[in-house]
Design a binder for this molecule. Structure first.
Ligand code: AMP
Length: 519
């Protein structure tokens, strides 16, 4: 789509092209911008919807499909249709998330030196390449709507995203020449959508339950300053798990009735998954829904079998209330981290499609003693907040928005005994820098390797490996004679860099980071 812009036209309109805000979601993405009159607008796409499914596929003719086109053919082509890839981005093959995902999805993943690759059609893609396809689609929709080329964006990620996941998203942008000026956290963006232009002085809790992840953040808004007090989340919890509970119920019922395990039939599974999600969504506004799928399987005698069930809201609630309990446990933990009680929260903001579930809203109302705010739209707030922030970056007045964020999970290094030495505790404010003294451990050592991890587990290896920092070219000497200092810097976007210095000579030490996947 970008090629449609001639160089001359590009120059002519480049000056006034807005920086768009992109909500790169697990299931759906959307984008917004601030128009000439200062009004924030979602970018419409196809027949009045604002969302682009975050799905990439290759059809049997080799065509690449993104968004609605990819979603439409998903049932017929499940092996070559990649969805929920945001759960995988920036993760190593040996992570629990990857193991869990490979059981849930029909597309094929493989390992290359610890990096997850996905086979689609005849080709193999890195996760950042898939994110790039989705970003490119969003950009082309924005370009068509605004009739201007777009080359800059602010992109949101879950607050819980680790350093390597943030890096992978940035890389996705650079693969398509889209400069991601800033990565901001989804809950912070939602708080911006709530607060900007209203001179708010409040403490809000953002409860964000989307397709794949759960995020909760407590944010203090003081007019144009947004300060995150604490954040937490559950990367294993999202709308997909609610679907999964319903799917499991249907499979068990079918097995009990016909002694057939449908979970081994990918096409049947796709049909069940699709209807399970639609039924779950229906049950947010109705109390009952039919669950019928004709010709789902055959008896050994060649007779077709159908699924014919009635689902009720009550049943869905019974099957999923433990998932809501888990979110409330995380909310409680984040409140403890922030040193606050429910009385200290002025408003609860809901983000993510799954928060439309009535039971979830009832439980939150009971927990906080007041209903969640209706001010922000759960599907739109994140893109709107990103656009408001993008606009403020264009503003060179003192009206700039100030975002003060935190590190979502501890960052540390592995000690000799395998334990994690925490350099930045969870919820440390960013930007931030810390110095770590390092020495040699044996005589004549000329190289020191330090493994850097992110996560809250005490054993380093149970956390996510961010990379290995190698300090080389050291002057050989007795053990423990070297005095080195490694400075770890976490940028305002939560991205980590490291540099090292020899204290004796005050010279920089050559340091390279052998990085994890996605960089
Ligand atoms: P998001 O990532 O914010 O787009 O959230 C998508 C998730 O929200 C998916 O799991 C959807 O099934 C779910 N969802 C969307 N609408 C509803 C609804 N009305 N009730 C319950 N869940 C919904």
């Amino acid at each position: 789509m970008t090629e449609r812009w001639s160089a001359a036209r590009l120059r002519a309109v480049k000056q006034d092209a807005p920086i768009i805000g992109i909500d790169l979601g697990t299931t759906n993405s959307s984008a917004a911008y601030v128009d000439e009159t200062g009004k924030v607008r979602l970018i419409p796409y196809q027949a009045g919807t604002f969302i682009i499914p975050s799905i990439f596929a290759i059809d049997d003719k080799g065509n690449e499909l993104v968004g609605h086109e990819a979603k439409r053919q998903w049932q017929l082509n499940p092996r070559n249709t990649v969805y929920a890839s945001k759960r995988l981005i920036g993760r190593r093959t040996n992570s629990n998330v990857v193991a869990q995902m490979s059981r849930q999805v029909a597309y094929r993943m493989k390992d290359e030196g610890g990096e997850v690759l996905i086979d689609v059609g005849e080709r193999t893609f890195r996760l950042s390449e898939i994110a790039a396809k989705i970003l490119d689609k969003i950009r082309s929709v924005a370009q068509d709507h605004l009739e201007r080329p777009i080359d800059k964006a602010v992109v949101t990620v879950p607050a819980y995203f680790s350093d390597s996941q943030r890096q992978a998203v940035k890389e996705a942008g650079s693969l398509i020449g889209l400069e991601i000026l800033r990565i901001i956290n989804e809950p912070t963006a939602a708080a911006l959508a709530y607060g900007v232009g209203r001179n708010v002085h409040e403490r809000v809790l953002v409860y964000d339950l989307g397709g794949g992840t759960f995020d909760v953040s407590i944010i203090e808004i003081r007019d144009r300053t947004y300060e995150v007090k604490a954040t937490g989340g559950d990367i294993f919890l999202g709308g997909l798990d609610f679907d999964e509970a319903l799917i499991r119920y249907v499979l068990d019922d079918f097995r009990a009735k016909h002694d057939i395990d449908l979970s081994r039939d990918p096409v049947a599974m796709q049909r069940i998954k699709d209807l399970a999600e639609r039924t779950k969504i229906d049950l947010s506004t109705r109390t009952e829904a039919a669950f019928n799928i004709p010709f789902i399987a055959m008896t050994p005698f060649g007779q077709p079998l159908n699924i014919e069930m009635r689902m009720t809201r009550k049943l869905l609630e019974d099957l999923t209330s433990h998932l809501i309990d888990r979110t409330l446990e995380t909310v409680a933990a984040v409140m403890v981290d922030a040193g606050l009680t429910t009385k200290d929260i002025d408003e609860v903001l809901l983000v993510g499609g799954q928060t439309r579930m009535p039971l979830l809203q009832e439980r939150l109302t009971r927990y906080f003693g007041k209903p969640p705010s209706k001010t922000v739209h759960p599907d739109e707030a994140v893109a709107i907040g990103a656009a408001l922030y993008a606009h403020s970056l264009q503003d060179d007045t003192d009206l700039r928005l100030q975002l003060l964020d935190v590190i979502p999970m501890a960052i540390g290094v592995e000690k000799a005994d395998g334990q994690m030495h925490v350099v930045f505790p969870r919820n440390s404010p960013i930007p931030n820098a810390k110095v770590l003294p390092v020495t040699t451990s044996y005589d004549g050592q000329t190289e020191v390797a330090i493994r850097v991890y992110q996560g809250d587990r005490p054993v380093a290896r149970e956390n996510e490996l961010l990379g290995e920092l190698v300090l080389s070219g050291l002057t050989p000497g007795p053990a423990r004679s070297a005095r080195l200092e490694v400075t770890f810097d976490v940028s305002i976007e939560g991205i980590l860099r490291a540099s090292a210095r020899d204290v004796h000579t005050n010279r920089a030490v050559t340091s390279t980071i052998r990085l994890g996947p996605g960089r």
